[in-house]
Design a protein around this ligand. Structure first.
Ligand code: MG
Length: 382
């Protein structure tokens, strides 16, 4: 056995022992094979997170590693309940990517072809697809030695400040504690849609302590367009800068009616999942909230930002509760976003990667290649 083959075989054996059933093919880490493996991870939330439709204390995540020759890229799937994905569905999907798609490719630069095949494996599974997409982008960025914001030609100094989310809570004491913790941020995001009385109570509690500009996310919680318009007028007098998804995502006519009359920009979140959704939203909303876990990752997110701008719409970047991997991947696009809600990693008490940082609330991109992240421990130990 030649020395190179020995190392290939040894590495494959070690990898197979470390990740039983985790998609490590026979090729080993020194080959031209694209080698995908993954680790389920539980993201612990600092606070119970409550929005109009549900409440939770943790988020299931799957961390992904994609290797080619001596390069390693990282990715992540975050699975909030409403996306309909689970650790089992994501790992089953990743096993199909590892078994059915990647063995046909030796060249990671074929991003279009690889990701089109990943997308074609199933109709949904957008978070699992995003995990592969992010890892592939990270890998390719590391191979060329450049961060994606630079590959895309963006100016890293043009990043917006991120908002920091204050979730709903019935207890004034808990809300006040969250408000204290948000004192550093330049933009607060508040989850409303609980009903007019409770919504106004949240805003009044914040305004009693902070003047910070507020983004409001109603998460489809407002039931009529007249009530929504009254709320928006009330909010506009209280230094609120935008309204996200005021009413049910299906109702485009009401969204258009509201957007036409609203003194504040109205942004589509639940109504805008992927690229193909955008044309019909033009005219009904002022902008879209792009999230990697909804839209299958960086490749489509980049196209969405370009299409939205071409249609005269604003771009907001959002995230789920996720580690610095997915947040830093989204942050690569932030120089072209007017607003960013990339606080997922700081809502976690157990982020396991370093990456994009916030300086005085402003998204600060680093010069590291790919998506600019490093695991805080060896991947095998996360
Ligand atoms: Mg939202």
């Amino acid at each position: 056995m030649q020395r190179r083959d020995f190392f290939k075989t040894s590495a494959a054996m070690v990898a197979a022992a470390a990740f039983p059933g985790c998609g490590v093919p026979d090729g080993g880490v020194f080959s031209d094979d694209l080698i995908l493996d993954w680790r389920p991870y539980t993201g612990q939330l600092k606070y119970t997170f409550t929005i109009a439709t549900y409440s939770r204390t943790f988020t299931p995540l799957v961390l992904v590693r994609l290797r080619w020759r001596d390069f390693t890229g990282y990715g992540e799937a975050s699975m909030p309940q409403y996306l309909g994905e689970t650790t089992d569905s994501v790992t089953a999907f990743l096993a199909r990517v590892a078994g059915e798609v990647l063995p046909r490719f030796k060249d990671p630069f074929l991003l279009d072809d690889i990701l089109a095949e990943v997308d074609a494996l199933a109709q949904r599974n957008t978070a699992a697809k995003a995990a592969v997409d992010i890892a592939l982008h990270d890998l390719v960025g590391r191979i060329v030695g450049r961060p994606w914001w630079q590959i895309w030609g963006y100016n890293a100094s043009k990043t917006p400040c991120t908002s920091y989310t204050i979730g709903y809570d019935e207890s004034d004491d808990v809300v006040n504690e969250k408000i204290e913790e948000a004192a550093w941020t330049k933009v607060i995001k508040v989850k409303l849609g609980m009903g007019e009385k409770q919504d106004k109570r949240m805003i009044d509690l914040i305004r009693a302590r902070l003047d910070t500009v507020i983004c409001v996310d109603a998460n489809q919680g407002w039931k009529s367009r007249e009530m929504a318009l009254d709320m928006i007028h009330w909010l506009a007098e209280r230094n609120v800068c935008l309204i996200e998804q005021p009413m049910a995502k299906e109702n485009l006519d009401d969204a258009a009616w509201l957007t036409e009359r609203s003194p504040l920009p109205v942004i589509a979140d639940e109504a805008c999942q992927r690229l193909a959704d955008i044309p019909r939203l033009a005219g009904a909303y002022n902008g879209i909230n792009i999230k990697l876990m909804k839209c299958t990752g960086m490749r489509e997110a980049h196209r969405m930002a370009e299409l939205a701008h071409a249609l005269g719409m604003e771009v907001m970047l959002g995230c789920m509760t996720e580690t610095s991997v997915a947040v830093s991947a989204a942050a690569q696009l932030s120089p072209v976003a007017r607003w960013a809600d990339l606080d997922g990693n700081i809502l976690l008490s157990n982020d396991c990667f370093s990456g994009m940082r916030l300086l005085d609330g402003k998204i600060t991109l680093n010069d590291k290649p790919g998506i600019g992240v490093e695991p805080l421990k060896p991947f095998e130990e996360l």
